[in-house]
Design a protein around this ligand. Structure first.
Ligand code: B16
Ligand code: MG
Length: 220
């Protein structure tokens, strides 16, 4: 039988930490006198911390020295970590554990492929870390999505041919990264935004075992 691997993004797929990112960015934006709304926060999804701060400063027409930039990055992350520290299993998105259990019972190797440098502690807080053979996060990559690097490293770690990898993603850049890697992309969220995905679902409650079996046995 063909070896299939499953790769999951974190924020927006397994847990919804976008609200915490928003609160932490909003606090910094307020300090800097930059208007920052939840709508603005949409463009931060799936984007690296560094790039988020660059965008925020562009919004406020602020230019800074590298040292100040690093200090604001640190400040934002420390605020974000105060929220992460309080997370527990109740914040796992609906039916995610059901899907992870189904796959692990069938010995399907799974990896995390996230832009977040906080991915491992978050998985620990929500007690899902044992499901993943490999965690490829913002510390492991040099190029951000839509570059396929994160997913290609995950495939290598799993020992699975990229064309036999299935990627679950909530950000368009992530879908594009999966497609460029030659993987099967599954959009979780708004099907219009994620129209480039091979398959689309609003969330995991729409994914049943028949579909998972189809993915496991997909001839591609
Ligand atoms: P951190 P994902 C992404 O997670 C978030 O969607 C994005 O908003 C955040 O800026 C990025 O992680 C970096 O996070 O500050 O924790 O390193 O969707 O790629 O799992
Ligand atoms: Mg995401």
């Amino acid at each position: 039988m063909k070896n299939t691997g499953f790769i999951f993004d974190l924020d927006g797929v397994i847990v919804d930490t976008a609200g915490y990112h928003y609160l932490a960015w909003k606090k910094l934006a307020d300090e800097l006198g930059i208007e920052f709304t939840e709508e603005d926060n949409e463009q931060f999804k799936g984007v690296s911390r560094q790039r988020c701060l660059e965008i925020l400063l562009e919004m406020g027409n602020i230019e800074v020295e590298p040292e100040q930039f690093e200090s604001w990055l640190k400040e934002k992350n420390e605020e974000y970590l105060t929220y992460i520290g309080k997370m527990d299993e109740s914040e796992i998105l609906p039916d995610v554990p059901k899907v992870l259990k189904y796959l692990i019972e069938r010995n399907i190797p799974m990896a995390l492929g996230s832009a977040s440098k906080n991915a491992a502690p978050i998985l620990e807080k929500v007690k899902l870390k044992p499901y993943f053979t490999s965690i490829v996060d913002g510390n492991a990559v040099t190029k951000a999505k839509p570059d396929p690097e994160v997913f290609l490293i995950a495939a290598k770690d799993l020992g699975v041919d990229p064309k036999h990898c299935i990627v679950f993603e909530d950000a368009l850049a992530g879908i594009q990264a999966a497609n460029t890697a030659g993987m099967i992309s599954i959009g979780i969220g708004d099907p219009e935004i994620l129209a480039e995905a091979n398959f689309n679902f609003r969330d995991f409650t729409e994914i049943d075992n028949d579909f998972l079996n189809e993915l496991i046995n997909l001839e591609n």
